[in-house]
Design a protein around this ligand. Sequence first.
Ligand SMILES: Nc1ncnc2c1ncn2[C@@H]1O[C@H](COP(=O)(O)OP(=O)(O)OP(=O)(O)O)[C@@H](O)[C@H]1O
Ligand SMILES: [Mg+2]
Length: 308
Amino acid sequence: MAFLEVKNVCKGFGPSWQRSEVLHDINLQIEEGEFVAIIGYSGAGKTTLMSMLAGLTTPDSGEILFEGKQMDGPGPDRGIVFQNYSLLPWLSVYENVALAVDQVFPQWTPAERQAHTEKYIGMVNLTPALKKVPAELSGGMRQRVSVARTLAMTPHILLLDEPLGALDALTRGTLQDELSRICQEDKKTVVLITNDPDEAIYLADRVIPLTAGPRATLGPSIPITLARPRDRRLFNENYEFKQIRNEIVNYLLKARPRDTTGILTKLVLPDIEPEDISGPRGSHRPRSAGPIRRAEIAAVNVETSLKP
Ligand SMILES: Nc1ncnc2c1ncn2[C@@H]1O[C@H](COP(=O)(O)OP(=O)(O)OP(=O)(O)O)[C@@H](O)[C@H]1O
Ligand SMILES: [Mg+2]
């Protein structure tokens, strides 16, 4: 049995009479220690899927099994890092992480909890910023606090919902390196949501595309066989990388949102002509007669003095 198993899951929103299905027939199996990236279009339902994997929302149909048991609400065994940093703005870096550690490990001594908190803040290179509050941090630093807080809870599975999406390319690259190092060292089971094929290939053991919504579903699993540790600088000359990238991009292009700009219904226009307003208002036709119908307009033969 897989570590995390999603079976025939569907999920929609709205009341039953006009429910729109966001995710359709999602099937996924993740083994312990695997790093799986799910890549898809914006609005396809990636966060919806992640919320279900975290136990924050329930599927309409189908089931999710985690470590062999039916998913039953959220728990500290599943750590989620959201798209926005979701830090408590009035707490310092240390306090944001310590709060989670205190809740998950209440049986530890204060000294043990402090050492654990500091270890994870150090892991994301934020020790010099321990006392700063989120408003004093850059976006990348905030995201690192968020990652440290989740890792410090030592979850069995790490759910990362576009954790680096809001960052500039350079900061993003640095954080990808840190994430890769931490996940490899800890041999964590990870589900990463991203919209960046390069990020997915750099970090994951497997990439699964999510088709465009509505009724988005998961495509085939694409194994990333590139050796670790990976060096992104060599990717551009690497044939295998280019092939995997093409496969992912081509699949997503085929599964892109349908073009809805074409005319689907023939419109029948009302049988009326615009009112002639060139003369004095109401001089030609009483207002009560309503708009002129095309059938009312008599054909007029106009004689012309032009000779052929
Ligand atoms: N609580 C909700 N109520 C109603 N509709 C919702 C709710 N949550 C999400 N949706 C709808 O479900 C669809 C998928 O949303 P979701 O946030 O999962 O997409 P996403 O792939 O994470 O997008 P993005 O890449 O922008 O983060 C969207 O059309 C969204 O409007
Ligand atoms: Mg999202």
